[in-house]
Design a protein around this ligand. Structure first.
Ligand code: NAG
Ligand code: NAG
Ligand code: NAG
Ligand code: NAG
Ligand code: NAG
Ligand code: NAG
Length: 395
C-alpha cells in the first residue's frame, strides 16, 4: 500500500531532476519554459535547435555548467535571458542568419565564447558589468558595431576578426596569456587597450589606431601587418621573448620603442614605405634572432645594439652608407663581433621593399641561411658556450 504510493512520487522527483542535467535541446519557447521552471542551475549542456521559434527566452536559468550552443539556425531573431549569469563551458552562437537581438544583462562569466557568422547581429546587450571573466573570446564575421559588454580582464585568447562594421574596440583588458589577435575589421578600426600590461602574443592587422600605453612585456611574438596607422607606440615595452615584425604598414612613419631593450627572437621591418627613419629604438641592446630591415630608410639608429645572435641584414632604397659604416664595426669581420650572424647593409636597392619574407639573404654559410627574422634562430650551442664562459668567469 505504502510502497504503491511512494513509487510514482519518486518517479516524479526523478524525472524533474533529470531535466536539470545531461543535454537538453530547446526547439520552442515551451521547451525553454519547461527547463527554466525547474532548473535554476542546469548541470550539463543546452542546445537550441536548428528550427525554433523566432524568440527564445531562457530566463529562469541562472547557470549552465556546460555549453550553451545555438548553431545553424536560420529562424531565431532574438535570444534573451534576464537571469543567466554563468556558462561553465562554451557559449557558441554560430551561423545564425537572422539573429538581431542578444539580451543577456546578467551574463558575467563564460569559459569560452565563440560568436561566428552572425550577419544580422549589430549590437550586444550584455551587462553591465558584462562578461568580465572568460578564458577565450572569439568574435568573427559578425555585423557588430561595438563590443560593449565584452569586458574581460585576463584571458588566454582574444580574437576579433572580420567584423566589417567594427571600428572601435576599447577594452580594459590587462593580460593575455596566449594570443591577442585583431584583424580585418573595419578599416577605421581604433584599438585602445589602456591597461594591457602583458600579452603572450600579439597579431594586429588592418587597424588604424593602436594604443597600448601600459604594455610592458610580450612573452612571445608581436606581429603588425598591413595596418593603417601612421605612428606605432609602445613606450613602456621593455622586452619581447620572441619575434617582432612590421610588414606592409603603408602609412607607418614612426615606430616608438623607446624602452625596448631585448627582442628575444628576430626583428623584421619590411615594406613600410613611409617609414624613413628608425630612431626610437634607443635602448635596444639584444636581438635573439636575425635583424632584417627592408625599406625607404634614410636613417637607421640603433645606438645601444650590442648583441645580435642571428644575421644582420638591412637594405634601403636610399643611401644609408653612413649608418652601415657604424653597424659594420659590430660585425664579425668589422671588429666588435656583437653581430654573430652574417652581416649585410645595403644602400640604393630599388627593390628593397619587394622582399618581405622573414628569411635573410646574402651568401652566408648554410647555418646562417637558416637565420630567420621571424623564426627561431637562437643558437643554443653558442648560447650554452657563452653562458658557460660567464659561469666559469665567476668561479
Ligand atoms: C548555416 O545555417 C543554414 C541554416 O540556417 C544552413 O543551411 C547552412 O548550411 C549553414 N551553413 C554552414 C556553413 O554550416
Ligand atoms: C609575461 O611577462 C610578464 C612580465 O614579465 C609576467 O609578469 C607574466 O607572468 C608573463 N606571462 C606568461 C604567461 O609567461
Ligand atoms: C610606464 O612604466 C613606468 C615605469 O615602470 C610606470 O611608472 C608608468 O606608470 C607606466 N605607464 C603606464 C601608462 O603604464
Ligand atoms: C589585412 O591584413 C592582412 C594580413 O596582413 C592582409 O593580407 C590584407 O591584405 C589586409 N587587408 C587590407 C584591406 O589591408
Ligand atoms: C619608396 O621607395 C620606392 C623605390 O625608390 C619608391 O618608388 C616609392 O615612391 C617610395 N615610397 C615612399 C612613400 O617614399
Ligand atoms: C608592399 O606593401 C604594399 C602596400 O603598402 C602592397 O601593395 C605590396 O604588395 C607590398 N609588397 C610586397 C612585396 O609585399
Amino acid at each position: 500500500m505504502f510502497v504503491k504510493h511512494l513509487i510514482p512520487v519518486l518517479a516524479a522527483i526523478g524525472s524533474a531532476a533529470a531535466q536539470c542535467k545531461g543535454t537538453a535541446t530547446i526547439n520552442s519557447q515551451a521547451d525553454a519554459d519547461g527547463i527554466a521552471r525547474s532548473c535554476k542551475t542546469y548541470s550539463g549542456d543546452i542546445v537550441i535547435g536548428k528550427q525554433t521559434d523566432s524568440k527564445i527566452d531562457i530566463s529562469g536559468i541562472s547557470k549552465i555548467t556546460g555549453d550553451l550552443t545555438v548553431l545553424n539556425n536560420g529562424q531565431i531573431l532574438d535570444l534573451t535571458s534576464s537571469d543567466l549569469g554563468e556558462i561553465g563551458g562554451t557559449f557558441t552562437l554560430q551561423n545564425l542568419t537572422l539573429l538581431t537581438s542578444l539580451t543577456l544583462p546578467s551574463l558575467e562569466k563564460v569559459d569560452t565564447l565563440l560568436f561566428q557568422a552572425l550577419p544580422a547581429l549589430a549590437t550586444l546587450t550584455i551587462g553591465p558589468p558584462g562578461i568580465t571573466e572568460a578564458k577565450s573570446v572569439t568574435i568573427t564575421d559578425t555585423f557588430l558595431e561595438s563590443l560593449a559588454g565584452i569586458n574581460v580582464q585576463n584571458v588566454e585568447t582574444l580574437d576579433v576578426n572580420n567584423n566589417r562594421r567594427l571600428s572601435d574596440f576599447s577594452s580594459s583588458i590587462k593580460t593575455v596569456s596566449k594570443v591577442l589577435k585583431v584583424s580585418a575589421n573595419n578599416r577605421e578600426m581604433t584599438l585602445t587597450l589602456p591597461n594591457l600590461a602583458w600579452a603572450a602574443n600579439l597579431e594586429i592587422a588592418n587597424v588604424t589606431t593602436f594604443s597600448v600605453p601600459s604594455l610592458a612585456a610580450v612573452n612571445g611574438s608581436a606581429r603588425f601587418d598591413s595596418n593603417f596607422f601612421e605612428k606605432f607606440s609602445a613606450p613602456n615595452l621593455t622586452k619581447t621573448d620572441d619575434d617582432v615584425s612590421f610588414v606592409g604598414n603603408s602609412k607607418l612613419a614612426e615606430i616608438d620603442f623607446s624602452s625596448l631593450t631585448i627582442i628575444g627572437g628576430g626583428l623584421l621591418i619590411a615594406n613600410n614605405t613611409a617609414l624613413k627613419e628608425i630612431k626610437d629604438f634607443q635602448k635596444l641592446k639584444t636581438v635573439g634572432g636575425a635583424l632584417k630591415m627592408r625599406g625607404n630608410f634614410t636613417k637607421i639608429e640603433l645606438p645601444s645594439l650590442n648583441d645580435v645572435k642571428g644575421a644582420f641584414d638591412i637594405s634601403s632604397t636610399t643611401d644609408i652608407k653612413d649608418d652601415c659604416d657604424v653597424f659594420q664595426k659590430l660585425s664579425r669581420t668589422g671588429g666588435g663581433g656583437q653581430i654573430q650572424g652574417t652581416f649585410k647593409c645595403e644602400s640604393d636597392n630599388e627593390k628593397a621593399n619587394e622582399d618581405t619574407g622573414s628569411g635573410t639573404s646574402g651568401g652566408g654559410s648554410s647555418s646562417d641561411k637558416k637565420d630567420s627574422a621571424a623564426g627561431v634562430v637562437f643558437n643554443t650551442a653558442l648560447f650554452a658556450l657563452s653562458a658557460f664562459a660567464g659561469v666559469s668567469m665567476l668561479l
